[in-house]
Design a protein around this ligand. Sequence first.
Ligand code: GTP
Ligand code: SPV
Ligand code: MN
Length: 624
Amino acid sequence: LKQSHFGLFHHLRGISVVHGDINVLTPKVRSYVEDKIDLCQPEKIHICDGTDYENSSLLTLLQKEGTIKALPKYENCWLARTNPADTARVESKTFICTEKKSEAIPTPSEGVKGSLGNWMSPSDMNKAVKERFTGCMKNRTMYVIPFSMGPVGSPLSKIGIQLTDSAYVVASMRIMTRIGQAVTKIMNNETEFVKCLHSVGTPADGKMEMPSWPCDPERTLILHKPQANEIVSYGSGYGGNSLLGKKCFALRIGSTIAKREGWLAEHMLILGITKNGKKRYIAAAFPSACGKTNLAMMTPTLPGYKVECVGDDIAWMRFDENGQLRAINPEHGFFGVAPGTSNSSNPIAMSTVFKNTIFTNVAETSDGGVYWEGMENEVDESVKITDWLGKPWDRKTSKTPAAHPNSRFCTPASQCPIIDPQWESPEGVPISAILFGGRRPVGVPLIHEAKNWKHAVFMGASLRSEATAAAEHKGKVIMHDPFAMRPFFGYNFGQYLQHWLSMETRTSNLPKVFLVNWFRKGGDGKFLWPGFGENCRVLDWILKRLDNEDCALKTPIGLIPKKESLNLEGLKDIDIDALFKLDAEFWKQEINAVEKYFEEQVGKDLPSEMKEQCEILKKEIDSM
Ligand code: GTP
Ligand code: SPV
Ligand code: MN
């Protein structure tokens, strides 16, 4: 027998295993892999062990293929440029596959197009998979990535096996999740796992637009089969489309598991905040590109506060035996929006990302570094810039952005200087408050508190926000984005609401819930609130409320800070009246829009409590 670098040479279904040991795979995993080998017909198999040796050989390969280039200004940092047709999640090509359509999505009214997810039947799914995947890995390597969402071995964690033909995906999954030997070591044949199949694909005509970034945008499809704990993703190498542990597993499949098992899988950051030696944890749901990473890593401007980061995108939460809500961050890295990140807005991210990081679709500097909108003060004007498309770019004359608005850094969470000491705690951190938020240029105050749990669920359900570059939506329209989860529900949103409402029966210790809006604008079109580190002033008010301080004023829409209770010390030129102004006309329209949305989009699946909340609010607003 020949000896390879890591053990014995083996074959799976006649295909040679060029790296890793097939004996680490449980019989169930092995049979899943064999099935997909028959379908995809790869040239080679590579079983990921997660070692540094493996990672550096993959990075070398990616360089050779032109997918990434080194950024010599930093330590072990890389720049990837994608095919310009593959730069964000594609929500229109993302489907939940169940026997009955009503399990996956609510039934919209006659003539209305549903916007709470897409459904596909199992037979259509099989057909779509067959069409796209048959032979799709010819001349390519199939990588087998065993990974854990959550600390390896934690009772709250879940395991996945991702098969992919992209080394970029392997290198990114290694940062975003825990992969390799650590995971296979704790698996036995009883261990359940989520099946994740991914291929960047090959266009039907066989012509690859950009050989360094293979993809098939025309036929891209991201499928989820909750009943089988299965994900199938074809045609895209980008972020949430290809790093299947993230949105596909941790949110879409995760939310269906959570519903079954009685917990919550949410699009939320988790932060710890310490004031006068007392520490609390807060979870917050904002839609994509609306400030989670920034809040999770914020540097408080007020003295005496410390913020620490548990996670910046996803929270898995459940009530423990004492009725305390506890959360883990299932991820192991940050896939953060680059533009807007700077030493003034997010110094913590800036001190996290300049080692061991893969940057995607940012601009490049002539001294071997990176550049994006927001870094104007960090890069000398004499330095030449190449934009995300690889073209020369000039600060003064170029009309397009240097970095793609959805360009990202993919960086290990452990490098974050304020990573919370408890961030990998297997039991999770105790959550005292939940925040919802979005981009609302008009009408919505800086902060208000929910009156009770049903109102809190209503607040989440009626969340709206301006569209961003994180998906394919165009323009600055205000979109409904309930719970910041609209693109990520794994099952019928009506049942999701029911699940949230049912939390009231699980504990007598519910977290307090708030809605924040950093993005309200004045008549001059400028943000009324400085945001970023100054958001600690809003967190400070939340802490006061958690201590049951009498600092809240009742309004028709909820509780807002009493005069003087929001600490504005040292802040200049804040138009506090404009930040908190409640306009009856605006709120009438708002509640009407939400009511219409519920009726048209959720219909008979809407829990009656939501309708009741609409009625209560309408009455209160009428008395404004
Ligand atoms: P996803 O990773 O897509 O889920 O996004 P996210 O919610 O983590 O958003 P992120 O923190 O990356 O912020 C996105 C954009 O919003 C960046 O360009 C930020 O600079 C900007 N932003 C974040 N916080 C604030 C704030 O408090 N005020 C203002 N004005 N902008 C902010
Ligand atoms: C988001 O869009 O919410 C993200 C980026 O966090 S992605 O991984 O593409 O989903
Ligand atoms: Mn996100």
